[in-house]
Design a protein around this ligand. Structure first.
Ligand code: RRO
Length: 311
């Protein structure tokens, strides 16, 4: 019997597939839809301390090879997601979920993380170091000094299982430098990758989304090779205690299989989940199981990280 179960740190998931932050996770209703689908768990929309309306619409556009967005961090505020997760902790204590968050400043990030630390929340936390769409706020993880400083402070008080959501890197030296920073900390996971920041997609003579004169994060088919490279680069460089979550360009079981071959312990679906709805988890799971069965793999661990190089 083929199993797509997996683990992050001490937490077990019946299925390796889940949503990517930003998709199907803004409200309880959307999160409930993912929870009751074939997904192994869910991650909430990245929360700031207070609720935010985000950027003006249109701010998300499906395009033939994926999506472009400049949502601008719309969310219901930390308390909304934390309260919901604490309720689930009472009603389904055997399940673990991911709470995504970031502040609009380092101070706000610490305020948020201290609230989570002080709460009885016992699930996973994903600190988003890679939002590309808040005007005037650079992606934190492209600044290694700021990232190191932030994580040093965070781990002086935060003791719950924490991972980081990373932007894609595009240079081998940057993989080396980023990994050297992350290896200093007791991170539970890194999630590779967030959208490829600041693309432009034109319809006729006009940009396709309103904020930032059309500049927005790319997702979907465009980004799979970049995502796989980042998953594998960090799989090669990070200490084994830091697991990898693979995100980017997953439309099929084959795409999920490739992320796992590159080293991913969980695989997230964003753009294609938005296009297809939560039924995608059943389809991609079945496709992944069929590939595993054909190759004689019974568990994810039979092939995770085992992609083959050409001698
Ligand atoms: O809300 C957004 O504009 C957004 C975020 Br926080 C993110 O991390 N990645 C993205 O593509 N959009």
């Amino acid at each position: 019997m083929v199993s797509t179960a997996s683990q992050i740190g001490p937490f077990h998931f019946d299925n390796v597939l889940m949503n990517a932050a930003g998709v199907y996770c803004m409200t309880r209703e959307e999160l409930e839809a993912v929870r009751h689908s074939a997904a192994g768990t869910f991650v909430t929309k990245t929360a700031t301390l207070e609720a935010r309306a985000g950027n003006p619409e249109p701010r998300y556009q499906e395009v033939p090879l994926g999506s472009i967005n400049s949502m601008g961090l719309p969310n219901q505020g930390l308390d909304y997601y934390l309260e919901y997760l604490l309720e689930l902790q009472e009603t389904v204590p055997e399940k673990t979920y991911f709470l995504s968050l970031v502040g609009l400043s380092p101070d706000e990030t610490h305020t948020i993380l201290k609230k989570v630390q002080a709460s009885s929340y016992n699930g996973l936390v994903e600190l988003n170091l890679s939002c590309p769409n808040v005007p005037g706020k650079p992606q934190i993880a492209y600044d290694f000094e700021t990232t190191e400083h932030l994580l040093t402070e965070v781990f002086s008080y935060f003791t719950k299982p924490l991972g980081v959501k990373l932007p894609p890197y595009f240079d081998i030296v940057h993989f080396d430098q980023a990994a050297a920073v992350f290896n200093q900390f007791p991170l539970t996971f890194v999630n590779c990758v967030n959208s490829i920041g600041n693309g432009l997609y034109l319809e006729e003579e006009t940009v396709s989304i309103k904020p930032k004169q059309g500049f927005g994060g790319l997702g979907g088919q465009y980004i799979k090779p970049t995502a796989l490279a980042n998953v594998h680069a960090f799989y090669q460089r990070l200490k084994p205690e830091i697991q990898i979550i693979g995100t980017g360009g997953v439309l099929t079981g084959r795409d999920a299989f490739e992320h796992i071959l590159c080293g991913a312990s969980m695989v997230q679906i964003g753009t294609q989940l938005q296009k297809e709805g939560v039924g995608i988890f059943e389809r991609v799971t079945a496709e992944l199981q069929a590939i595993m069965a054909e190759k004689g793999y019974q568990t994810i661990e039979d092939f995770r990280g085992k992609l083959k190089y050409i001698d």
